[in-house]
Write a protein that binds this ligand. Structure first.
Ligand code: LLP
Length: 427
């Protein structure tokens, strides 16, 4: 986060508040999100893309009512992928027409709700869903604005992409074998649908723009094919999310204005070549907005040196508040934040308190060798896909999210209690 500083005494302060004060007031583990930083990043995306484009924040990265309000105020739209995310968005007052509804298996109830409230677009993910949404819209006497999600044959991996002719995964409709063109043909014939564009999302935590450029080219060439076949120029394309952030100092993320420029240029160039009107572009960053804005604060419980190997540092959370290390072998850094230390660094593995050895928060890191129970350590860049993927494994109570701004801290998602857990237990 941008407003993190180390004070003279050696402890870290965020948004003007000392971490020890935060720990005392809100407990640990806890996520602290820097509201000023979040808003600045959201605004940077909005400004970079300008008035001819839309930015849909991907709510799956982290969503709460406070976040919805920040996005609304900063002029961003919202991508939701479940009835739960939609309910959160609506309850915080996000206008339905600024919401995009995603998912490869939306239920009839979810589609019905989305159509009834009037979401701005539903992104169709399969042939069956094209018919399903059309029927639901028609039975409600509505015409739903939709995009069709296509798989462009670019498989994006973490630091690279490889082109594949046929993607072996569950999302979207392949461009290959004319399938996407067939999907468009069907969508255009159905009264319940207003087809407004084509959608592509190639993956997540991507640094290389090349994958997006290939995707943009292929989507534009589908637009040209649609124009040639049906005489319609679809007005929008969405190039999804997926821009990577720096989890460690090895990562070198692209800035929103670079991304906007690269995508804008390629779409304009391809459209000129195909004599198409340039469509309105939208993107769906999640991680790139919220990821860097938050950190998790833990208290060290035990420090266990294993001779000749490493020292295991156990904290009061773990895979229930950050599953990403266990699930994706994700890399994080860690820092001692409650004091400074002149002690030699030691190789540590930061682990949680859960009942399995895969319960790792930070796989390899260095912390001062005088680390002791009661020290506070922080793991940065946990704003995306940590609270949103948190679980109650071992009946852990999910940590709160605390927003810090201008020297003030307030809970935006409270800590779970044992009553919360027991409330679901019947009998
Ligand atoms: N749009 C669509 C259609 C998506 O499926 C996603 C992410 C996004 C946008 C936002 O992607 P982002 O900008 O946040 O990379 N749990 C994983 C990430 C899963 C991403 C799923 N879709 C993780 O923790 O890395």
């Amino acid at each position: 986060a941008q407003t993190v500083t180390r004070t003279e005494s050696g402890s870290v302060s965020v948004g003007g508040i000392d971490v020890a004060t935060l720990a005392e007031e809100f407990g640990t583990p806890a996520y602290f999100v820097d509201e000023t930083d979040f808003r600045a990043r959201a605004r940077a995306w909005r400004t970079a893309f300008g008035h001819d484009a839309d930015v849909f924040y991907a709510g799956k990265a982290f969503l709460s009512r406070a976040v919805v309000r920040w996005l609304d105020e900063e002029g961003l739209n919202l991508d939701v992928c479940s009835g739960g995310e939609l309910a959160t968005a609506l309850s915080a007052g996000m206008p339905a027409e600024r919401i995009a509804f995603h998912g490869n298996n939306k239920s009839v109830a979810e589609i019905t709700q989305a159509v009834e409230v009037g979401v701005g677009r539903i992104v169709l993910d399969s042939f069956q869903e094209i018919v399903r949404v059309a029927h639901i819209a028609q039975s409600l006497g509505k015409r739903q604005r939709v995009q069709i999600r296509v798989t462009v044959g670019v498989e994006a991996h973490t630091h690279e992409f490889i082109a594949t002719a046929h993607e072996d995964q569950k999302f979207g409709i392949a461009l290959a074998d004319g399938q996407a063109a067939e999907a468009v043909r069907r969508a255009l014939t159905l009264d319940g649908l207003e087809l407004i564009g084509i959608h592509s999302h190639i993956g997540s935590q991507i640094f290389d723009m090349a994958g997006f450029e290939v995707a943009a080219r292929r989507v534009v060439s589908l637009l040209a094919q649609i124009r040639d076949e049906h005489g319609v120029e679809l007005p929008e394309i969405d190039l999804g999310g997926g821009l990577g952030i720096a989890y460690t100092s090895d990562d070198d993320p692209r800035e929103p204005h670079e991304i906007a420029k690269a995508l804008g240029e390629i779409v304009t160039r391809e459209c000129e070549a195909a004599r198409l009107r340039t469509p309105r572009i939208s993107v769906e960053p999640g991680r790139a907005i919220v990821g860097p804005t938050a950190f998790t604060l833990y208290e060290v419980g035990t420090v266990k040196p294993l001779e000749g190997l490493r020292t295991y540092v156990s904290v009061d959370g773990g895979m229930s508040d950050n599953i990403r290390t266990a699930l994706y072998d994700a890399e994080y850094s860690v820092a001692l934040v409650s004091r400074t230390s002149e002690a030699e660094p030691m190789l540590v593995r930061v682990v949680g308190k859960h009942c399995e050895s895969g319960d790792i928060v930070v796989k390899d890191a260095f912390l001062p060798s005088d680390l002791a129970p009661g020290d506070l350590i922080a793991v940065p860049a946990t704003g995306a896909y940590c609270r949103s993927m948190a679980s109650n494994y071992n009946h852990a109570l999910r940590p709160p999210v605390v927003a810090v701004r201008d020297g003030e801290a307030r809970v935006i998602v409270r800590r779970e209690t044992e009553e919360d857990l027991l409330r679901l237990d019947v009998g």
